[in-house]
Design a protein around this ligand. Structure first.
Ligand SMILES: Cc1ncc(COP(=O)(O)O)c(C=O)c1O
Length: 365
C-alpha cells in the first residue's frame, strides 16, 4: 500500500533543520528578548537585505502588515483601494479595517490582477492599488507602478505568497511604496507561529510603522496616535533568521517540482498554470484548473494524494462583502478560477518519487 501524500508536510522541513534551530531558540530563551528586541531587529536587517530594500519592519502576521501599510499612507474613511477579486481575504480586510472600501478587479490568464481593467475603476477617491503575487507568481509590477505614478496613487505589494520571486530579475518587495509579507507556517518562508513584515525604502514609513505596531509610541508610555500591539516575537524572528538562509534552496526545489509538473502533466482535462515570461515564480502553490474538480479530487484522494482549494469563493461573493452589492458574473475570470481550481501538493521536501506519483495519477485521471 502506497503512503498518503499530504498537501503540505511541515514536519519534514522541521526535521531537516531542527539541529540548526536549537541554539538560536535557546539564545532567545536565555536572553528573555521575547517581544520585539534584538532578534527581531537582526531578522529585519537580514530580510531587508534579502529583498533588496532599505528596511523591513517585523509584525505579528501578514494581515497586520497590510493593515499597517495602508494606515501608514494615511488611507482611511471614504477612500478606495483597488485589489484583485481572487485573493486570500486578508488583502481585502486591510482597507475595510480603516474605513476604506476595497474595489475589486478581475484577474488575467496568469490569475493575477488584470492591469487592463484598473484604469476604468480609478476615480477621485482611489488612493492605492494592492497587487497580489498570487501563488508565488509576481503580478505585473512594472505596469502597476506606471499606473500608480500616472494617477498619483500608491502601489502596495501583497507578497505574502512570494518571498524571493522576481520580476525583470528584481525581487518582489521592492516595487511598491511598501510590500507586505506573511510568515504563516506554510508559506515559502514560514515561522513556527505567526509572523509578517513590511519592506520599504522610506525611512518615514519605517518610523510610522515602528510606532503603529507598538501602541503608537516611539518613547515608552508616550502615545502619539492610536496604535496597536502588532510586534514580531523574538522567538519567531530567531527561527526566521535561520530559515531565511534556506529560502533560496527551498524556492529552487519548488521551481524544480513545478517544472516537472509543467513538463510531464499531459492530461487534456487538466489546465496547467500560465507563466508570465518576466515573472519568476516561487510556486508557493501549484494550481491547475479542471472542469469537474470534485471528480478529480476524489480520484486523487483514492490514489492517496491530498489536494486543496485556493480559493473556492472570490472575495466579491463573500458574505462579509455582500454590502458592496456584487453579483455572480461581475468578475468572470475570478469566478471561473474559484469554481475550477485545484492545488496539487507543492513543498520543497516532496521526494522525486512522490512528484512522479502525483504526475502519474494526474495523467491517469
Ligand atoms: C495573499 C495573502 N495575503 C495576506 C495573507 C495574510 O497573512 P497572515 O495569514 O500572515 O495574516 C495571506 C496568508 O495567509 C495571503 O496568502
Amino acid at each position: 500500500m502506497l503512503h498518503k501524500i499530504l498537501f503540505h508536510d511541515l514536519k519534514r522541513q522541521y526535521q531537516n533543520i531542527s539541529d540548526e534551530l536549537r541554539e538560536p531558540m535557546q539564545e532567545v530563551l536565555d536572553s528573555c528578548a521575547f517581544a520585539g528586541g534584538p532578534f527581531t531587529a537582526k531578522f529585519e536587517q537580514d530580510f531587508a537585505e534579502y529583498c533588496d530594500t532599505k528596511f523591513s519592519i517585523g509584525v505579528n502576521n501578514g494581515t497586520s502588515a497590510l493593515h499597517l501599510a495602508l494606515m501608514t499612507l494615511g488611507i482611511g474613511n471614504g477612500d478606495e483601494v483597488i485589489l484583485p477579486a481572487n485573493t486570500f481575504i486578508a488583502t481585502a480586510w486591510a482597507p475595510s479595517y480603516i474605513g476604506a472600501t476595497p474595489v475589486f478587479v478581475d484577474c488575467d490568464e496568469y490569475w493575477n490582477i488584470d492591469v487592463s481593467k484598473i484604469e476604468s475603476v480609478i476615480n477621485e477617491r482611489t488612493r492605492a492599488i494592492i497587487g497580489v503575487h498570487l501563488y508565488g507568481q509576481p503580478c505585473n509590477v512594472v505596469r502597476l507602478r506606471e499606473i500608480a505614478n500616472y494617477y498619483g496613487i500608491f502601489f502596495i505589494e501583497d507578497a505574502a505568497q512570494a518571498h524571493g520571486a522576481t520580476f525583470d530579475n528584481k525581487k518582489v518587495g521592492s516595487f511598491g511604496e511598501m510590500a507586505c509579507f506573511s510568515f504563516y507556517p506554510g508559506k515559502n518562508l514560514g515561522a513556527y507561529g505567526e509572523g509578517g513584515a513590511i519592506t520599504t525604502d522610506s525611512a518615514e514609513y519605517r518610523d510610522r510603522l515602528h510606532s503603529l505596531r507598538n501602541h503608537g509610541s516611539q518613547e515608552r508610555y508616550h502615545h502619539d496616535e492610536l496604535g496597536f500591539n502588532m510586534r514580531m516575537d523574538g522567538i519567531q524572528a530567531a527561527i526566521l533568521q535561520v530559515k531565511l538562509r534556506h529560502l533560496e534552496g527551498w524556492n529552487a526545489r519548488r521551481r524544480q517540482i513545478a517544472q516537472l509538473y509543467l513538463d510531464q502533466i499531459k492530461n487534456t482535462a487538466i489546465d496547467k498554470p500560465k507563466l508570465m515570461s518576466k515573472a519568476n515564480s516561487v510556486f508557493h502553490l501549484f494550481v491547475i484548473t479542471t472542469e469537474n474538480r470534485e471528480d478529480f479530487r476524489k480520484f486523487m484522494e483514492a490514489k492517496g494524494i491530498d489536494t486543496a482549494l485556493h480559493y473556492p469563493i472570490s472575495c466579491h461573493l463573500q458574505k462579509a462583502y455582500q454590502n458592496l452589492g456584487h453579483q455572480r458574473g461581475d468578475f468572470p475570470h475570478s469566478e471561473f478560477l474559484a469554481e475550477h481550481c485545484v492545488s496539487l501538493p507543492m513543498f520543497p521536501e516532496l521526494t522525486d518519487q512522490e512528484v512522479n506519483r502525483i504526475i502519474d495519477s494526474t495523467n491517469e485521471y
